[in-house]
Design a protein around this ligand. Structure first.
Ligand code: C2O
Ligand code: CU
Ligand code: CU
Length: 464
């Protein structure tokens, strides 16, 4: 499966060829969780916030005493968080300080095509690119990441991902936990060599035996006895997570990819597949001071991929006015579909290629012609027969609503707005989607980024 890896990877260092040495480790839960810094605007006008960022190699200390080479937005291994406000525009000038071309995609964003970060719409080392994000969409947890065709998997793996959150008035009125109690958690997996350098190998996910949370392995996070909102984002290339606080723990899901659910959904575990966001509220008043609560990924098979984060309950909160309201935000009415499309994932075993509708990505080809203003039903198929590989359908531009999985209606958090959905082998998923706002070419692809890097991607053209 080595076929279409970029001719030049992100070799900012010479350590990528070191094989199977013993990688450094950490003593679990001895280092504090890092919270990614919030990016400050250079300038704010009545309507718009202006930002600047440089995409560049950096060194970070993932293991005490080791300098690890990464690719970064602004020197940060977990990119700086960009905080947007619904109705206020953001303009970001990105400068490419790497040796590879790059495109910056706003995942989950409802943005014009020239700011979407289409995989062919890259800019070269030494040049800059201005992206404009209108933020004419409801509050949600989005993320920005590299999308240079064939290179996105390696670039994201090496660090090119950050949070982009949108807040709005509806959300403000709900009094969900906010400020320091609204915590983004970015999960990524990694393989390290004995020098503590990241090892990137296509198809190597079983060797990525470390799950990092905000760039650290098995950190601890001190919490007070009160409610916290956690924005969970899985940026692993192909590892799915199923997170739990144990059988007696409770995670109350309040939002999916596209923002708030109609009502909170309490659960003992939440699945987060690559590209997806799940927001939960955890109420730590159920734990006594001194309790240590481990966030377990029960899909992990070793300590370093299972016990990913520990919450240390350190005392009472002086002031807790946050609530989990009984209702959150009604779902928008996407209308009745007037067009139905079938899209299939498959694999060509002879060549080891990942296909969408039997084809690899061809940027000169339009795979779906969509009329602006139309509501469509997309039926995504992952037929059994080949290797039993799940795929994650992701659409640029639009949030969709899953209506059925294997012929059965979906309920609870699965019925919320999403832009990425898992289709297991032998399974099919249908969603409703409405194409509004912008015309132009946008891609859809498998969000197991190794697959999209190998061209499991196609594009739609939206016209008037
Ligand atoms: Cu998260 Cu096309 O990407
Ligand atoms: Cu996207
Ligand atoms: Cu896939």
């Amino acid at each position: 499966l080595e076929l279409t890896r970029g001719a030049h990877g992100a070799h900012a260092h010479g350590a990528t060829l070191v094989s199977a040495g013993v990688a450094p480790t950490v003593t679990p839960f001895t280092r504090a969780l890092l919270i990614p810094p919030v990016l400050s605007p250079l300038l704010s006008t009545l309507t718009t916030d202006y930002y600047r960022m440089t995409i560049r190699p950096a060194q970070v200390e993932i293991f005490p005493g080791f300098r690890t080479d990464v690719l970064s937005y602004g020197g940060q291994f977990t990119g700086p968080t960009i905080r947007a406000r619904a109705g206020r525009k953001i303009v970001i000038t990105q400068t490419n300080g790497m040796s590879d071309p790059t495109a910056v995609h706003l995942h989950g964003g409802h943005v014009p095509p020239e700011s979407d970060g289409h995989p062919m719409d890259t800019f070269d080392p030494g040049s800059s690119r201005v992206y404009t994000y209108p933020n004419r969409q409801a509050g949600a947890t989005l993320w920005y990441h590299d999308h240079a065709h064939h290179l996105e998997a390696e670039h994201v793996y090496r660090g090119l991902a950050g949070f982009y959150t949108i807040k709005d008035d509806v959300e403000d009125r709900l009094r969900l936990p906010s400020g320091a109690h609204d915590v983004p958690l970015m999960f990524r997996d990694a393989q390290f060599d004995e020098l503590g350098q990241l090892v990137y190998a296509m198809g190597g996910f079983r060797d990525r035996k470390t799950v990092l949370v905000n760039g650290r392995a098995q950190p601890f996070f001190r919490v007070k006895r009160r409610k916290y909102r956690f924005r969970l984002l899985n940026t692993c290339l192909d590892r799915d997570l199923n997170l739990t606080l144990g059988a007696d723990g409770e995670l109350v899901q309040i939002a999916s990819d596209g923002g708030l659910l109609p009502a909170p959904v309490p659960a003992t575990s939440v699945a987060v597949w690559p590209g997806e966001r799940v927001e939960v509220v955890v109420d730590f008043t159920r734990y006594a001071t001194g309790t240590q609560v481990v966030l377990v990924n029960d899909r992990g098979s070793e300590d370093s991929t299972r016990n990913v984060l520990r919450f240390d309950v350190v005392g009472d909160a002086d002031d807790d006015e946050s609530v989990i309201p009984a209702t959150l935000r009604p779902l928008p009415d996407l209308g009745e579909p007037t067009v139905t499309r079938d899209v299939s994932f498959s694999m060509d075993l002879a060549t080891g290629t990942f296909l969408l509708d039997g084809k690899t990505f061809d940027p000169t080809r339009v795979d779906q012609n969509v009329k602006l203003g139309t509501t469509e039903l997309w039926r995504i198929h992952n037929p059994a027969g080949g290797p039993p590989i799940p795929h994650n359908m992701h659409l640029h531009l639009a949030q969709f609503q899953v209506v059925e999985r294997d012929g059965l209606p979906v309920i609870g958090h699965e019925a919320g707005l999403k832009d990425t959905v898992t289709v297991r082998s032998g399974s099919n998923v249908s969603f409703k989607v409405r194409f509004d706002g912008y015309t132009g070419r946008y891609v859809y692809h498998c969000h197991l980024l190794e697959h999209s890097s190998m061209a499991m991607m196609a594009q739609m053209e939206i016209t008037r």
